[in-house]
Design a protein around this ligand. Structure first.
Ligand code: GAR
Length: 376
């Protein structure tokens, strides 16, 4: 089986739709995608238990404790840490902003428990939808899976299924019938279709980039680019300039000095004459002789296009040739999964995980140590 599309499922409650997705994954209905994380907007949602039972990473971003901005940026960070490509709203009871839906345009689907355009839009969620349907006296209702855009329940309809309303239905009995007969079937099928479509899309080519030596006149551009990187995701051994002066210090006293001493190789990564990242291999000093340490960053708009994998391969080949080393080490802190995949694709192997690497904001970040041995 080849690559699978990485799916994040957003939930707020019981998570029966999440369960339907997990079951579909186990029974071979959902094969083009895999659920890599579940994000709950509510502390203690039972959906989180379902995720854990299935061995899926489960994260809570508590909406009621956060500002709308922090809530969404918390979700985005989790999505990025998991390299999620598709987002499935499965009983997710918040409306996402235009910024968010644009960022993941055509990549978010939602299941709504009615036949859109009936009983939908702001305020129509959960049981409320069924209460309104019964109040109106409709004889059929059902479920809709649709793409999510900036209009609440307004994106392109992907699938719909009608379900009969029965005499004596309560909101609860109608909800259950719609789930069983429509939602739990439609949602996994639509997820599979979307993932399959993504796998068949042509991959964007790696943009042409160059590696070139740092010059003092790059100080400002260096500071600017590092400031675009989420500092949490920075790997070990890379510069941290925030200002032009920090940039100058790095170029003069680290990059140029180590190059001159044969202690390291430092490159600016350039696309269209613009600095978009940095990559270096520095010789480890002292007891660990013969070891080089790789560090890099790229500004987020160039993620996922193969630049870093190529750059890592190039600098490692050069470092083995020019520096007196036989092994290159890369250290990645959780949750920087994107960076781990770069090293893996460039031939590095996971050598160990340092538990208790560090503790920040009440979360434990493990340290993943990767190694590449000369001539392998
Ligand atoms: C489902 O019926 C889903 O369609 C609905 O909430 C329920 C969640 O159940 N979603 C909405 O109303 C979104 N506007 P679940 O947590 O058991 O999947």
């Amino acid at each position: 089986m080849g690559r699978k599309v990485r799916i994040a499922v957003l939930v707020s409650g019981g998570g029966t739709n999440l369960q339907a997705l997990i079951d579909a994954q186990n029974s071979g209905i959902l094969v083009s995608g895999e659920i890599v994380c579940v994000i709950s907007s509510k502390v203690g949602a039972y959906a989180l238990e379902r995720a854990k039972n299935a061995g899926i990473d489960a994260v809570t971003v508590p909406r009621k404790d956060l500002s709308p901005e922090d809530f969404e940026s918390g979700i985005v960070k989790t999505l990025e840490a998991h390299n999620a490509e598709v987002i499935i709203l499965a009983g997710f009871m918040s409306i996402l902003s235009e910024d968010f839906t644009k960022k993941y345009s055509n990549r978010i689907i939602n299941v709504h428990p009615a036949l859109i355009p009936s009983f939908c839009g702001k305020g129509y969620y959960g049981l409320k939808v069924h209460e309104e349907a019964l109040k109106k006296g409709v004889k059929v209702s059902g479920a809709t899976v649709h793409l999510v855009n900036e209009i609440c329940d307004g994106g392109e309809i992907l699938a719909q299924k009608a379900v009969s309303v029965k005499d004596g239905d309560t909101p609860e009995t109608l909800q259950r019938r719609i789930m069983e007969q429509a939602e739990w079937k439609l949602l996994p099928e639509a997820a599979e279709k979307l993932c399959r479509r993504i796998l068949n899309e042509k991959k964007p080519e790696t943009p042409s980039f160059t590696l070139r030596k740092w010059e003092l006149s790059d100080a400002e551009a260096l500071a600017e680019s590092t400031n675009k990187v989420d500092r949490k995701y920075l790997t070990d051994g890379i510069p941290n300039p925030y200002t032009k002066a920090d940039g100058e210090y790095f170029i003069k006293n680290m990059a140029q000095k180590q190059e001159a001493d044969g202690e390291g190789i430092f490159y600016a990564i350039e696309v269209d004459k613009k600095i978009v990242g940095n990559i270096s291999v520095e010789k480890s000093s002292g007891l660990r002789s013969g070891v080089g340490v790789i560090g890099y960053y790229l500004i987020p708009e160039f993620y996922g296009r193969g630049i870093m994998t190529e750059a890592v391969k190039m600098i490692c080949a050069e470092a083995f040739e020019k520096l007196d080393i036989s092994r290159i080490e890369g250290t990645i802190f959780e949750p920087n999964i994107g960076s781990r995949r770069v090293l893996e694709k460039a031939g590095f192997e996971l050598e160990g995980v340092l538990k208790d690497a560090f503790y920040k904001n009440g979360k434990l970040y493990n340290e993943y140590v990767y190694g590449l041995v000369k001539g392998e």
